[in-house]
Ligand binder design. Structure first.
Ligand SMILES: N[C@@H](CCC(=O)N[C@@H](CS)C(=O)NCC(=O)O)C(=O)O
Length: 108
């Protein structure tokens, strides 16, 4: 399971969307509420150089906000970051992946 950090606030529809997407993928995360802790707000500004929430980090890599994460998902690049697809299969068309999946050593 990757180490996921989400900087968020209480009233934040984009934070809700980000968490729903990660929840659908079976992920867990560490939520850092910047509205409750000014130190966390400074930390977020320092790490992301952005002021809006959410700011999402996966294994210390700055993904950005919800739109950025959704764009990665649309491009098929989010699952590999979450460890949901072997790196060797990144960029392969779906058909090639299915062929590889089916061609293991088990008897037919
Ligand atoms: N495109 C950004 C939008 C984020 C955004 O607008 N977040 C709101 C809260 S839901 C915010 O931080 N507003 C405060 C501001 O714009 O300074 C994303 O997808 O994360």
């Amino acid at each position: 399971m990757p180490d996921i950090v989400i900087y968020s606030t209480a009233m934040c529809p984009y934070c809700v969307r980000a968490k729903m997407l990660l929840q659908r993928k079976g992920m867990q995360w560490d939520e850092k509420r910047i509205d409750l802790d000014h130190g966390l707000m400074s930390e977020m500004l320092h790490r992301s150089k952005r002021r809006t929430v959410p700011q999402i980090f996966i294994d210390d890599i700055h993904v950005g906000g919800y739109d950025d994460m959704a764009a990665l998902e649309a491009a098929g690049k989010l699952d590999p970051m979450l460890g949901l697809m072997p790196p060797g299969m990144v960029g392969m068309p779906g058909n090639a992946r299915r062929t590889l999946d089916a061609s293991d050593d088990s008897p037919t």
